[in-house]
Design a protein around this ligand. Structure first.
Ligand code: IMP
Ligand code: MG
Length: 168
């Protein structure tokens, strides 16, 4: 395994994202919506670096049928426990690959009429996109490698690593 992003690089970038997001949401309470499982470590660090009042909730989604079908719908295997209507919400994702998960999730959550709905992703692989989807905040754009660590797994392994590695 080769280090792609060191612990220091990640922490610095998460700090920068948190400052930018805190400024944009200043004076408002933010509902962070973490996508399980991959986003939980990023969300924990981001939340602790933010200055506005924060509440947290999580969703877990599965896609129907083949992941490679851009028409593939998602279902909630764990839904939010809080109503979204009228809230300022920020979806927190670990990585955007094809964009299919987030595009569908965004539409489903937007239909619940939050006051605002934004997306932050730690990693973005724009070269792998199958549907048009752009996050509002991106930590790092990366090449089309499979990466692990800092919440990201391969068959449930490596989530607890402090850096992000390319799996060879
Ligand atoms: P997509 O954008 O719908 O294709 O799916 C993104 C999801 O696939 C992420 O939330 C991850 O769970 C998983 N994923 C995509 N690329 C990687 C990777 O390089 N390492 C680990 N998980 C990944
Ligand atoms: Mg994920």
């Amino acid at each position: 395994m080769k280090v792609l992003l060191s612990e220091k690089q990640i922490q610095q970038r998460v700090g920068t994202l948190a400052r930018k997001i805190s400024k944009d949401f200043s004076g408002r309470e933010v509902l962070l919506i973490g996508i399980l499982k991959g986003a939980f470590i990023f969300m924990a660090d981001l939340a602790r670096k933010m200055t506005p009042p924060v509440k947290m909730d999580f969703v877990r989604v599965a896609s129907y049928g083949s992941e490679t079908q851009s028409s593939g719908k998602i279902k909630f295997t764990k839904d939010l426990e809080t109503p979204l209507r009228g809230k300022d919400a920020l979806i927190v994702e670990d990585i955007i690959d094809s964009g299919i998960t987030l595009k569908h999730l965004y539409q489903r959550l937007k239909a619940r009429k939050p006051r605002s709905l934004k997306v932050v992703t730690l990693l973005d692989k724009p070269g792998r996109r199958q549907v048009n989807f752009q996050a509002d905040y991106v930590g790092f754009q990366i090449e089309n490698h499979f990466v692990v660590g800092y919440g990201l797994d391969c068959a449930e392994e490596y989530r607890n690593l402090r850096a992000i590695y390319v799996l060879k």
